[in-house]
Design a protein around this ligand. Structure first.
Ligand SMILES: Nc1ncnc2c1ncn2[C@@H]1O[C@H](COP(=O)(O)OP(=O)(O)OP(=O)(O)O)[C@@H](O)[C@H]1O
Length: 576
């Protein structure tokens, strides 16, 4: 590491320090050897600097010198005042080992001209980057966000696999996962057009329509979890558990050499040494693809609001320190008692692998001390339930094309789940409108795959038999609502298949056939609600009848008579 008598990485670090001669964070950057162990925020490996961790250190100047460090693998300088352009980064100009580049919330400008084979994390949100994304090539990228910049142009190729929240609030980005470039597609109808390109950061605090206490003021997730929503006994227990977990995690993190370092799972990656296992232990949180940056500590500290409470638990919208928004589901201790932990873990690891544009991605989960938290992508446009419930004719204004698109999307998501290579095959087990969420474009995403198979007291939540008839065809909205479940109950309601009814026996388990039944119930509600509200237009009457037929097939009494989701999808595609 010594070149001409000096440490090879010294010039780059001192160039950076020159911008910040009086910065407290860099006060320890003195002496000839950055790897002496005394330099704050520096991580070395075999005598070379491999990590620089200076988040929130009130630093100014250019980031370029740090990117000249020849062996750097992780650079985290979020929440500073760094400015100037990001240099062109490729395997010749930058460290070929650079895996994590976290530069969000600075004042960086210029274009994102990056072509790095090893790059896994690129967090560049909330800067002033301009231009397009065509010069961004990083085949290994798993965690990515460029929202809140001034980017424009088409999102194409590999980058399209990231969620729309990764691109939001830019000047003029378009193409999958954002609306098409030529003309913004708006599946939700006229009123929601402004939502189509809204960034996570710019969303309304209530996250669009939700079934819940919309006016809840923002508080930390720990505080909200501790307060609970309506369960006095759980307050103390959850507070104790949360505080215990928090303290435990803090101690663990403090013992680490550098707290920021922990955020990158760097050590784990070094240990795994190229293993392609995508799950990493991240401070008590098992994280999956796209959730690598999640830490339990920051989750618990996140500002949060209640989205709603169902039988399986409570769901919160949590805004993390770096502006990332996630939905955190805290499973009810009653429904998910501590036992069967291994089976639960196995299931979650499987669900964490589901990646489909019509399935809400699980980014991580935590299962310890009886506390079970699931972290999902936050979907900003509420659920199908909230759409159908919207009063003042809101549901009726949902265009026929949008209804078909939501059903088609949900069917694709379910079909993906059913055909996912797993033994035994995956079952959703709780298909209902509140578990069909809407993304930025109004596209449907199926949420909470398989959770209910691990609930133990679910029978208590089942509504009376009377609530389980399919909604009467062509009834008005009010009548249809009465015949299905009270939407706010959040329980296992009228969408569940008859073979799972109370009294069917403890051994009655949800199956792919019962999922098809529930989907059929949802379909009938969506289709008949429209007919009652809007009257016929063009070929819609015929289409309605055709769709109703599909719904009736799905809701056949005998499970074996129901079509598979693949068949349902094929039938639905006739109408798309
Ligand atoms: N990932 C998410 N993004 C945005 N909103 C969500 C997300 N997950 C759930 N929600 C919303 O939060 C609310 C509560 O959801 P939750 O899953 O806790 O209850 P539920 O679906 O009503 O009942 P159940 O417990 O049976 O699933 C619902 O309105 C749901 O649409």
């Amino acid at each position: 590491e010594l070149v001409n008598g000096g440490h090879q990485d010294l010039p780059a670090l001192l160039s950076f320090k020159a911008y910040n001669p009086n910065a407290t964070a860099l006060a320890t950057w003195v002496g000839p050897n950055p790897c002496s162990g005394a330099w704050f925020g520096i991580r070395c490996y075999r005598g070379r600097v491999v990590g620089v961790f200076l988040d929130g250190a009130s630093l100014a100047g250019a980031v370029a010198p740090l990117l000249r460090l020849g062996q750097i693998r992780a650079l985290a300088v979020r929440n500073n005042s760094l400015s100037g352009a990001l240099p062109q980064l490729n395997n010749a100009t930058a460290s070929p080992w650079l895996r994590h580049l976290l530069i969000s919330r600075n004042q960086l400008t210029g274009s994102l001209n990056i072509s790095l084979d090893a790059l896994v994390t690129l967090r560049a949100e909330h800067n002033g980057f301009r231009g397009g994304l065509e010069a961004l090539r990083a085949p290994m990228l798993r965690s990515f966000n460029v929202s809140g910049n001034k980017l424009a142009g088409e999102i194409s190729g590999d980058l399209s696999r990231f969620p729309s929240s990764a691109f939001g609030d830019n000047l003029a980005l378009c193409g999958t996962p954002l609306p098409r470039c030529a003309r913004a597609y708006n599946a939700l109808g006229s009123d929601s057009s402004s939502n189509a390109t809204t960034s996570i950061a710019a969303q309304s605090p209530s996250g669009g329509v939700s079934s819940s206490n919309g006016g809840f003021s923002k508080r930390s997730l720990t505080a909200l979890m501790a307060t609970g929503i309506g369960n006095g006994v759980l307050i103390t227990v959850s507070l104790a558990v949360s505080v215990a977990m928090f303290v435990y995690m803090r101690r663990k993190l403090r013992s680490a050499k550098d707290a920021s370092d922990a955020a990158l799972c760097l050590e784990e990656e070094d240990k795994r040494n190229g293993s392609d296992d995508k799950c990493q232990k991240s401070g008590g949180l098992v994280c999956f693809e796209g959730g690598e940056e999640l830490r339990l500590e920051s989750l618990l500290k996140a500002s949060a609001e209640v989205l709603g409470k169902g039988v399986s638990g409570s769901t919160y919208k949590a805004v993390l320190e770096d502006g990332i928004v996630v939905a955190v589901k805290r499973l009810s201790a009653l429904q998910f008692p501590a036992g069967r932990s291994k089976a639960f873990d196995r299931h979650m690891r499987l669900v964490g692998r589901l990646r489909h544009r019509h399935v809400v991605s699980l980014r991580g989960y935590c299962n310890s001390n009886g506390e079970r938290l699931l972290v999902y992508d936050f979907l900003p446009n509420g659920s199908l339930q909230s759409l159908l419930q919207a009063n003042g004719g809101g549901a009726r204004s949902l265009a026929w094309a949008a209804r078909k698109s939501i059903l088609f999307g949900a069917a694709q998501g379910l079909n993906y789940i059913h055909t996912f290579p797993a033994r035994p095959g995956l079952v959703h087990a709780n298909v209902k409108p509140s578990n069909i969420l809407l993304d930025e474009r109004g596209g449907a995403c199926v949420s909470e795959c398989g959770l209910m198979r691990y609930a133990t007291n679910i029978q208590q939540a089942i509504l009376p038999q009377a609530a389980r008839c399919p909604p009467d065809l062509f009834l008005g909205r009010a009548a249809a609502t009465t015949s299905s479940a009270p939407a706010s109950s959040g329980g296992w309601h009228g969408y569940a298949a008859p073979e799972l009814a109370p009294g069917a026996g403890a051994s009655a388990r949800a199956t792919q056939e019962s999922d098809v039944y529930s989907f059929g119930m949802v379909l009938l509600e969506v289709v008949t609600d429209h007919k009652a509200a809007d009257g016929e237009e063009g070929g819609e009457g015929e289409e309605t009848m055709g769709m109703v037929k599909i719904g009736m097939l799905c809701t056949a009494e005998a499970p074996e008579e129901r079509p598979t989701m693949a068949q349902v999808l094929a039938m639905l595609s006739e109408f798309m």
